[in-house]
Design a protein around this ligand. Sequence first.
Ligand code: AMP
Length: 114
Amino acid sequence: MSDTIFGKVIRREIPADILYEDDQTLAFRDVSPQAPTHFLVVPKKPLTNLLDSGQEDTLLLGQLLQAAVHAARTQGLADDGFRVVINIGADGGQTVDHLHVHVLGGRHLTWPPG
Ligand code: AMP
């Protein structure tokens, strides 16, 4: 995959409001929040999206979700709940070609999404 804006965030080439980091993942606030709390969790490995992942990424994908849960807890979302979203490709609404998990909370979220 080619480099993306999230690659630049991971390498600290552009600023971000970082909430959590471990050896494989990074969580930072979305610049255009769609809820009172809205952050993204990305693998440091540059996968384009879930379609780009393979069996070798099984542990990484688990770590990505664990990082999302950890950051959601520290942001105070655990009591009232929150939403985890992964957009894939054009119809999925993906605009940045680096796998990312959206975590949204802090208000009641309707379903289905648009
Ligand atoms: P998606 O549409 O699922 O690809 O989501 C991409 C998300 O990245 C959008 O919610 C954008 O607001 C967000 N975004 C784009 N650039 C940045 C950035 N530099 N820092 C944080 N979030 C960003």
